[in-house]
Design a protein around this ligand. Structure first.
Ligand SMILES: Cc1ncc(COP(=O)(O)O)c(C=O)c1O
Length: 393
């Protein structure tokens, strides 16, 4: 009989089980919302990136349904062959206006936007200078580019400067940071990094996945928040989080976008979005422009929830955004906290190594604009009860 060549995978999974780190995927039977049915239980949902509650907003749903009726369910091709529908182009025009840039190209996801862009604008002769906590899609893009990768300590502009100063003149240099760091919720030091990029002629790139729809005027992102328009060469945004649907985009110059049309591999070799996705995103941008008070509600809820956790004595790190890490240390402890919260009716996912450092495991809670105060208070009460039980507060 043939021996299973993948037997080592089961052994790896056993190791995870022994470490208390093996997880099964939790399943939502209804909508992604502030209160959802997860694994058959109705829980206050603090685990999504649905910051503004747009995943099931009536106007996005109506536009998506209308697009299906008029344009069908799929695009049937990659963008460069027959998969550029008028609605894709319209979305890119609206995004470019929204972001105050010359041009935008939409990718299938934020992940492919990052990985596809970094890997195509650099070659193995070039150098990336990257924050140590940048997102996995940036890291993968850097690896695919085969450029040399220099990592600076988290948010440390002086350390980045010391690296850049010592680099040879010849190679191109890309200085890259997340706008909002996805596991800690703190902000990239854009003013310092932009000044550094200008001083040494680096390409400046910001991944604004968690800032899109959250920071800046009408949710234009951290470049707007910090007043850095015109100083960031490559901005990545996502349509999968606050915008409520799916996708990523690169905003910048016309030449950058035209180049990506020719060289970015996910753009060239993977089918474009169904028209309903583009339609929902168009509705979301209109909403951000017409009803910025939704973003204010997100921030009100964030302030309320984070103040509550701090008062209880939890360590929520350096968060400056609705991403709220409740840092507990060991991975198994984070999973225990998450499981106990779930039993109390609160869904907040545990995050452990390799997503975060081994001793910085956490439960990651994300507040949304659509949570009610009662739901957030209910969640705080559950954190208080379980936190005391586990000796965390
Ligand atoms: C910082 C950051 N960049 C990029 C992405 C990828 O975005 P998307 O989910 O649209 O692929 C994520 C999402 O996990 C993220 O947290």
């Amino acid at each position: 009989m043939r021996t299973d060549p993948l037997a080592y995978l089961a052994a790896e999974l056993d190791t995870l089980s022994a470490q208390g780190l093996r997880r099964s995927l939790r399943e939502l039977t209804g909508e992604q919302a502030h209160r959802s049915v997860v694994d058959g239980r109705s829980v206050v949902n603090l685990s999504s990136n649905n910051y503004l509650g747009l995943t099931n907003h009536p106007s996005l749903k109506a536009r998506a349904i209308d697009a299906i009726e008029r344009l069908g369910v799929g695009s049937g091709s990659v963008r460069t062959i027959a998969g550029t529908m008028a609605i894709h182009a319209e979305l890119e025009r609206q995004l470019a206006t929204f972001k105050q840039v010359d041009a935008v190209v939409v990718f299938q996801s934020g992940f492919t936007a990052n990985a596809g862009t970094v890997s195509s604008i650099l070659t193995k002769e070039d150098i990336v200078i990257s924050d140590e906590l940048n997102h996995a899609s940036i890291i993968d893009g850097c690896r695919l580019s085969r450029a040399a990768i220099k990592v600076f300590p988290h948010k440390d502009v002086d350390a980045a400067r010391a690296i850049v100063r010592d680099l040879p003149n010849g190679p191109r240099k890309l200085l890259i940071t997340d706008g909002v760091f996805s596991m800690d919720g703190d902000l990239g030091p854009l003013p310092g990094l932009c000044a550094l990029a200008e001083e040494y002629g680096c390409i400046m790139m910001v991944d604004d996945a968690h800032a899109s729809g959250v920071f800046g005027r009408n949710g234009r992102g951290t470049v707007d928040h910090f007043g850095m328009h015109g100083r960031v060469d490559v901005q990545v945004g996502t349509l999968s989080k606050a915008v409520g649907a799916l996708g990523g985009y690169v905003a910048g110059s016309r030449a950058l976008v035209d180049f990506l049309h020719h060289r970015a591999r996910p753009f060239l070799f993977s089918t474009s979005h169904p028209p309903a996705v583009a339609a929902a995103c168009l509705a979301a941008i209109e909403l951000l422009l017409a009803e910025p008070q939704i973003i204010e509600r997100l921030w009100d809820n964030t302030r309320f929830f984070q103040a509550g956790l701090r008062t209880l004595g939890f360590d929520i790190g350096m968060s400056e955004s609705p991403i709220t890490p409740v840092i507990v240390g060991e991975g198994a402890r984070a999973m225990q906290l998450s499981d106990r919260l779930f039993a109390e009716g609160v869904f907040a996912q545990g995050i452990a190594f390799p997503t975060v450092a081994r001793d910085r495991a956490r439960v990651r809670a994300i507040v949304t604009a659509t949570h009610t105060r009662d739901e957030l208070q209910f969640a705080l009460d559950a954190f208080a009860k379980v936190g005391r039980e586990l000796g965390l507060v």
